[in-house]
Design a protein. Structure first.
Length: 199
């Protein structure tokens, strides 16, 4: 049996979201249909507002509804460190720890020759200009993911920025809390050994 066209279109729309298969999309579509009209209108309004009112900060590349973003405007943050991440969601994850109080820079991806993504496709040029315009920056912390592409991006940034005499560091990688050594892959164990600390 075919679904009526409005339901089929709604299911197709949900399936465009990452990690949503046909069963979940169908369940979400029918849940949406059962919502009251005010909730559906508010949901649609939130989607439209998120798409229309948000943009990338011209300084750091984080997602924001102001210019510059709240983090770049905050003068109480440590102006001597910039933590480089792949995506805006990474900023939120790190900032929620309340352990890092410096600035951020979002690359919007990583180097990936296989996917045809080079340095010119990332938010690197604005990072270089930012460092040149702000001599108070003493350290750049690279927090790309521990993937081959993330590692390649970290190495590329280090080679690019070290000549400017700015310290370039990398987040420690290794065993997750609560994990067993026997189940860890070789790269994770290597990073854990390299990043060991004194007790």
């Amino acid at each position: 049996m075919q679904y009526p066209e409005p339901i089929a279109k709604l299911i197709d729309s949900y399936m465009k979201l990452p990690g949503i298969g046909s069963k979940t999309a169908t369940r979400l579509a029918f849940y949406t249909i059962d919502m009251n009209q005010d909730d559906v209108a508010a949901f649609a309004k939130s989607l439209t507002a998120a798409k229309n009112d948000l943009h990338y900060c011209t300084i750091c590349g984080n997602i924001t509804d102001t210019e510059p973003c709240e983090i770049c405007r905050d003068q109480s943050r440590d102006q001597t460190t910039i933590l480089v991440v792949e995506q805006p969601k990474d900023v939120m994850s790190i900032d929620r720890t309340n352990e890092y109080h410096g600035l951020y820079h979002v690359l919007h991806g990583v180097l990936s020759p296989i996917e045809g993504r080079g340095p010119e496709d990332l938010n690197i040029e604005s990072l270089i200009k930012r460092l040149q315009a702000n001599p108070s920056v003493k350290e750049l912390i690279v927090a790309t993911n521990a993937t081959p592409e993330g590692e390649a991006t970290a190495q590329y940034l280090a080679r690019l920025i070290k000549p400017a005499r700015i310290k370039v560091t990398r987040l420690a990688h290794g065993l997750a809390v609560g994990s067993d050594i026997e189940y860890a892959d070789e790269m994770t164990l290597l990073k854990a050994v390299e990043g060991r600390t004194e007790l």
